[in-house]
Write a new protein. Structure first.
Length: 203
């Protein structure tokens, strides 16, 4: 399987775009914690090596790439959609709202945002192009996926210090058997998504 490339970005630059951002989210599926969204503008003259969809990389490789991306990228933003926002706007709506905020939070205003998936968020400050499976195709989106994943995982491990009974450090909020058993014993904490099925027998 080929690694992500920079063709989408170079094509946009050839058409007059100066800054092209990649945008990706992580954490749609967990029972607890926020959705994390990152937007990244890479430097076409100094691209990081080894980028890939965060799901295709192990934790050690993601942690290795994170500081490299921060050192080489022209601009990075990270935002979260809280459990309350997820409950209020559903998971898709909350993720899209956060994507728009992430693009807006970049220190450089992009001329184009490459969005992982099929949806384009409302309220973007620039035109956008959705790319299904973009985190495995675009280097900018792959970089965003790594930043979003490592940032959210770190946040969930920090939450584990305050809520050790749920095992957040091991599953970062996903619906593992351990997590569901902890929910059955302790009930939800303030960081659980009340609109999700939290019962032990939920699939």
């Amino acid at each position: 399987m080929s690694e992500p490339h920079f063709d989408f970005e170079r094509e946009a630059m050839a058409q007059g775009c100066r800054w092209v951002a990649g945008v990706d989210e992580v954490g749609r599926g967990p029972l607890a914690g926020p959705v994390g969204v990152a937007a990244v503008i890479l430097d076409p003259e100094d691209l990081p090596e080894g980028l890939d969809d965060s799901k295709a990389l192990n934790e050690a490789k993601r942690d290795e790439l994170r500081p490299v991306i921060f050192a080489k990228a022209l601009s990075i933003s990270i935002v979260f959609a809280s459990p309350e926002e997820i409950d209020a706007h559903n998971i898709r709506g909350a993720a899209l709202r956060a994507m728009a905020r992430a693009v807006r939070a970049l220190s450089l205003r992009p001329d184009l945002a490459l969005i992982d998936g099929r949806d384009v968020p409302d309220g973007l400050v620039c035109p956008a192009r959705p790319i299904i499976g973009g985190d495995a195709l675009s280097m900018s989106i792959a970089a965003a996926s790594i930043i979003a994943k490592t940032t959210r995982d770190a946040l969930m491990r920090n939450l584990a210090r305050d809520f050790p009974q749920y095992g957040f450090a091991s599953h970062v909020g996903y619906a593992t058997a351990l997590h569901r058993e902890a929910l059955a014993l302790a009930g939800p904490c303030p960081y659980h998504r009340r609109s999700f099925r939290l019962s032990v027998d939920a699939e």
